[in-house]
Ligand binder design. Structure first.
Ligand SMILES: Nc1ncnc2c1ncn2[C@@H]1O[C@H](COP(=O)(O)OP(=O)(O)OP(=O)(O)O)[C@@H](O)[C@H]1O
Ligand SMILES: [Mg+2]
Length: 300
């Protein structure tokens, strides 16, 4: 079940909350940019919320974060975190975001405590994320998440379902390579690093490909072996799709993953964005086809 929304659906009530209505109960996370707290809010009963505090260093950054947070409030999708409200503490240059609270941890935490996942579970999580990305990519202007990784996926429904979170990395497309913020290095699409190709929504397909690979290859990191050395998947050594496909196959086939699954991951991890599945809608189709074939005991 998704977390209870409580009075969250009464949008009007969100416009009137102030900083003094927030009562912290526990710090959940101390991040690079700020902290996340569990909290209750006066007027919203016992419902637990998560509040993200974003500390800004300039007035321009503060205005930009607040403007973006207000805009993100309108996004609503089953597999995307819901932002209920954005508040500002101008004196401290802090933007506060009131979100749904998820009590089942993030996928990054989960995979550090479990073994590899089976193909069905990986594809199911991939499909859920792909639907959230399709929702973002089909906004006008298109939005790219730009920081898809297990720590930004929160589990629910007894760890069978995910929501994509950390919407602060979202960027409106199109976006020039030199004006974009990068996500997290190891999960970052090659086009962020080579600073030549434009950044497009295809960057999210690449990062989701890394997630699928890591879930299949646990406990290893987003790296593969070439010539006796481990190289991150965005390393230029993997520019040749053929070398990548071979290494992926050697790494995943002995673990029992299907050819269709390995081919899909290889396609998502193409360094040339134009060679990846053409959209997340296409990606959803490809994942669904593999899941259907697996269910029917067929080979595709
Ligand atoms: N709504 C939420 N409910 C429960 N836990 C949350 C929620 N939002 C974030 N968290 C926890 O806090 C962590 C960091 O959140 P988030 O990614 O939004 O912040 P961040 O600024 O990117 O932090 P970091 O620098 O650590 O990545 C998540 O990985 C998750 O464990
Ligand atoms: Mg994060």
């Amino acid at each position: 079940m998704r977390p209870p929304v409580g009075t969250g659906l009464r949008t009007a009530a969100w416009d009137t909350i102030t900083l003094s209505d927030i009562q912290h109960t526990r710090k959940i996370n101390e991040g690079a940019q700020g902290s996340i707290y569990e909290a209750t809010i006066r007027g919203h009963g016992d419902t637990t919320f998560a509040i993200k505090y974003i500390k800004c260093s300039t007035a321009a950054e503060f205005d930009n974060q607040y403007r973006m947070a207000k805009k993100l409030q309108s996004l609503q999708h089953t597999h995307l975190i819901r932002y209920y409200a954005a508040l500002q503490d101008r004196a401290k240059m802090v933007v506060l975001i009131v979100m749904e609270f998820y009590k089942e941890e993030n996928l990054g935490f989960l995979i550090r405590h479990t073994g590899r996942m089976n193909e069905h579970t990986i594809l199911s999580l991939g499909l859920q994320c792909a639907t959230a990305l399709t929702y973002l990519h089909t906004q006008s202007p298109p939005l790219a998440h730009c920081d898809v990784k297990p720590e930004n996926m929160l589990m629910f429904d007894a760890q069978t379902r995910v929501v994509l979170t950390d919407l602060e990395s979202i960027q409106e497309m199109p976006c020039a390579a030199d004006s974009s913020k990068e996500g997290t290095f190891a999960w970052c699409a090659p086009e962020f690093l080579n600073k030549k190709d434009p950044i497009t929504v295809q960057c999210d397909i690449w990062s989701l490909g890394v997630v699928l690979f890591v879930l299949a290859r646990l406990p290893e990191y987003p790296a593969l072996e070439v010539g006796g050395e481990q190289r991150l998947l965005n390393d230029s050594v993997w520019k040749s799709g053929q070398i990548l496909a071979q290494a992926l196959s050697q790494s995943l086939r002995p673990l029992g993953y299907s050819t269709a699954f390995i081919t899909l991951v290889a396609a998502m991890l193409q360094h040339n964005p134009a060679k990846r599945p053409e959209s997340t809608i296409k990606l959803q189709e490809l994942i669904t086809d593999i899941m259907t074939a697996n269910l029917l005991g067929e080979t595709i």
